[in-house]
Design a protein around this ligand. Sequence first.
Ligand SMILES: [Zn+2]
Length: 616
Amino acid sequence: MEEMDTQLSTDYETVSANNDIFTSLEQALQSLTEGDVRDILADIDTVSWIESRRILKGQPFSFKDRDYLLQPYRDEYQNIIFMKGRQVEMSEFSMNWLLHKLDAHPYTVGLHTFPRAAQAQKFAKQRLQSAIMDSEYIKNWNDAHNSEQVMRKFLKEKDAKGLQPYNFYILGGTWESRKDTVGDAARGISLDFVVYDERQDHPDDVETVIGEGASHSEYKQTLTLGTPKLPGIQFDQQWEASDKHYWFVKCEHCGYEAPLTMDNIMDSGQFDDEPDWYYGCPHCRKPLIRTNGRWMATNPQKRPEFRGYHINQLMVCWLTAEEIMKKKNSTAYSRRRFYNEVLGESYGGDDIPITIAMMEECGKNEFKLGQLGDNERIYCGIDWGAQSYLWIHNKHHRLIDLYIADQSDPREHPKALARHIAKYKKYVKKVVCDAGPDITRFYSLRDELKELGVTNQVYACYYATPPAKTDIQWDDKKMIVTVGRSEAIDKVIDEVSDTNLTLPGYDLQNEKVDMAIEHFTNIAAEKAETKSGNAFIIYVNTGPDHFLHAKIYADIASGGAEYLPAGGSAPCISNPRQQFTRTKSGIYVPQTLSNGKFATNAAPRNRTSKHRNKRR
Ligand SMILES: [Zn+2]
């Protein structure tokens, strides 16, 4: 019973009524065993259910130092929304929320949606699978025989009437759902509980499309989670419509009560040479206990469309003030990124999304230009201009080579580039070039590459400009591909932020590599608006950005990199470190080639960049 006592005493006003019930229950149930009590509590209380049913990293799920999670878990409001920073364990929340709903309500169906099907599959494989397998209770409940990776069936033991209540936990991507998966599932089955994960990246009409599938349900509960980007995007509007609960922390010394902001991070002044950061009360400057808080609505309404909770990295127990300040002062964090990912706030200002420091992070390895493994597959992208730029990378998005055609007659460029690409003849899989400004350059490139026997997989790319959102569209007859310009740049920014792009670390000072690094930093994000007032990001160049576009065309050619993205709000579960072996040709390759990007296991190089000073 000791465990329960702790549990029951950690709550606060909003659930004190519940606490009274638990206390009387506790007295009445003295005769039962500890296990009986746990089961009974699990039946009536979400938090108890999670504590006794979920195992995380070999231990029962614990709410220690996570007091702010208790109320949201117990909240039965119909539509709940989380405005959150990155890596604040909210994917875990969404899965627990959904599993508990299903267990509590027989014959119901839950849908866990992500923007893209690949994210859903990854989540199913890495997170849901272990949640099921690690827990005795959930493992027994899971009908493994009739489950698929993205459609889990759960089946209870036969009850007294011989009935076996079942549930379904379905995962899907909403962009693809326009064509198949979720859309069909949503039409065929009545949905009772829906999670919109990474809501900021879903299509605008996602609730309408998915909602149809929930129209017959008696529950229709939804959980929406997202990390803000711009003010005014749909996810931000949903948050603004909510009652916006913030975690107000009370100072035990002076009684001052306020949500956690950067004002709570203070320097003790203890050391002369370096700051000594701590969480403190902005009123009396004494140390603050961050768990000593309560949720308060900052936008109270009678029947808000959403119950809103704001969770940022300042609230989570495993990040110190020191670590937050490190991120704030890091050149690897743009201002926008710090606002969005750490503070969980949208950011409307203009900024430079890719910095020199971020690019250098991608070059912390000993790869050389031109280094190729056996059975390498490579992809080329070309941006035409007065000079024309070629970017070559492999399927892991490791940069292999750069080339600039600088003949004064631009009609010579296709020939020169084709000759350079021909050096990699047996490896080249696909080539994508800029369609404009002169489509005849594409034709000559295509003819040259055919003649040299390199490949006939040569495409011209058109950018669709925002606000139009375009998935990559291939026209194999005309050999044309269309892609959303902002979305393509977004992907590069994400890849660089997550250091999934691999630059040849040994050759970082190479003139062309150096130029490419500079080109990547020559874009700025600007906020724009449609006539109807919807905000979107547009990228403008602040200097030459040719290699960035050449890289985008190579991205399109490779159709997405084969690396394990560190992205999403899900922290990495499996150990991303891999064993590497060295091939005959002297290249490090992962032992499981299909399972990650190339080695980055060399010592970091100190690059004394001329840009460093230039770009301050
Ligand atoms: Zn105080």
